[in-house]
Ligand binder design. Structure first.
Ligand code: GDP
Length: 320
């Protein structure tokens, strides 16, 4: 990409999309199309077509699609699958029709088989059953990945797939029920601290392990891949922090300043037992994350305090 390339981040309002837009601006890219406020409805083919015809993006980061944590995946599998399948299909097809110079599609580490050998290498994709709690979403992400390969095979399209570790950061969904573990626990520990609550129940056994990557580091990795990688084979974007949920919960409680007890609610699902990525290929190309887990958690909590808490207090005041 050149500083004046026309760049479109599809899904600019998502956690990763917002981080990508910030990182692109910080890196000196000036022509970002599709402001989140007037981004086309990506589930409507005509809108996507009109947008590409008008904006003619040269580089596309495909970060669109509704996502959610373990409970959202169980409650809304159809919504998640449909939104991800459709938006990816229309954007990938438009990118082909309008001859973009490169497209980077963001898949998900839940697309790996539930019991893939650790750390997960791309060769393990589609070699075993998926984790049932997120099968529909994972299947949609696999379809997007395959679609990029199919366009490359049929038309020679320069479409690349990246598979990120579990991302977190500003602009995430911080709801108590539908979010991923980090924003969910930030909210729960913050509220428990404010109320002086003695105990917080963390979902599951606490034994699963997750590899986390800070959204800004992930965005940086995506820019790096856009500029340095071009292959049909997907590339893992990790190299961050691999922790058990017990360790994760204690780290978040510490950053939030919650001093009460943590208990584990084994009636809630654990999801995949292990989800570490083999990111050696990315490392060999020369990319490493730069934010420590602790600093990333602190920045994320700070964003929650500055953006979500005041908004909710205002909602309460307005309701009264
Ligand atoms: P996953 O990587 O797709 O399983 O996504 P999540 O981030 O939703 O969950 C990761 C792990 O954290 C699972 O084992 C959950 O049971 C556990 N977990 C513990 N507390 C929470 C919570 O408050 N919210 C969520 N989403 N997960 C939690």
């Amino acid at each position: 990409m050149e500083p004046t390339s026309r760049i479109y981040v599809a899904g600019g309002e998502t956690l990763v999309g917002a981080a990508l837009r910030e990182q692109l601006r910080a890196a000196g890219y000036t022509r970002l199309g599709g402001e989140p406020s007037d981004e086309p409805n990506l589930t409507c083919p005509r809108r996507v077509e009109e947008f590409f015809a008008a904006e003619r993006p040269e580089y596309v980061f495909l970060a669109s699609g509704i996502s959610g944590g373990i409970r959202a995946n169980q409650e809304y599998p159809a919504t998640l699958m449909r939104d991800n399948l459709i938006s990816a299909t229309f954007v990938i097809h438009a990118a082909h029709r309008y001859g973009v110079a490169k497209l980077l599609y963001l898949a998900s580490s839940c697309s790996y088989p539930r019991l893939a050998p650790q750390p997960m290498r791309v060769e393990a994709l589609m070699t075993g059953p998926l984790e049932p709690t997120n099968e529909a979403y994972a299947m949609a992400k696999l379809a997007g990945l395959k679609l990029c390969q199919a366009y490359r095979q049929q038309y020679g399209s320069p479409f690349v797939t990246a598979i990120p570790a579990n991302a977190f950061g500003p602009h995430d969904d911080f709801s108590a029920e539908d979010s991923h573990v980090i924003p969910g626990l930030i909210r729960k520990f913050h509220e428990a601290r404010c109320r002086g609550q003695a105990e917080v129940r963390v979902w599951g056994s606490g034994r699963p392990r997750r590899e986390f990557i800070y959204a800004r580091d992930l965005a940086d990795a995506c820019l790096f891949v856009m500029n340095n990688y071009d292959d049909a084979e997907p590339i893992n974007l990790g190299g961050g922090t691999d922790l058990s949920i017990v360790e994760t919960a204690h780290a978040i409680a510490d950053v939030v300043g919650y001093r009460g007890r943590l208990s584990f609610d084994a009636t809630r699902p654990d999801g995949m037992p292990l989800k570490g990525l083999d990111s050696e290929p990315l490392k060999e190309l020369g990319w490493r994350p730069s934010t420590t887990f602790r600093a990333a958690l602190a920045e994320t909590y700070d964003w929650f305090l500055r953006h979500i808490v005041p908004q909710e207090n205002r909602d309460v005041r307005e309701a009264v």
